[in-house]
Write a protein that binds this ligand. Structure first.
Ligand code: SF4
Ligand code: SF4
Length: 61
């Protein structure tokens, strides 16, 4: 199982992670990415790669 976490100090709400995620993990709320479907995460790391702010970490548990 993979757990995506967004550092809201770094996130600028650009929406790139929401666009790239194949399973719609993210939703932008109040200009921050929120992993609303975190349990769907496949651990593909696409969101980590696309986030220019380095705001996303994926932890395997
Ligand atoms: S790609 Fe990064 S900066 Fe952009 S909304 Fe997602 S977490 Fe925030
Ligand atoms: S690692 Fe892949 S599946 Fe998981 S949140 Fe990021 S883009 Fe979505």
């Amino acid at each position: 199982m993979f757990t995506p976490t967004v550092d809201h100090e770094k996130c600028i709400g650009c929406g790139e992670c929401e666009e790239v995620c194949p399973v719609d993990v993210y939703e932008i709320q109040d200009e921050k990415a929120v992993p609303v479907n975190a349990e769907e995460c496949l651990g593909c790391d696409s969101c980590v790669e696309v986030c220019e702010q380095g705001a996303i970490t994926i932890e395997e548990t």
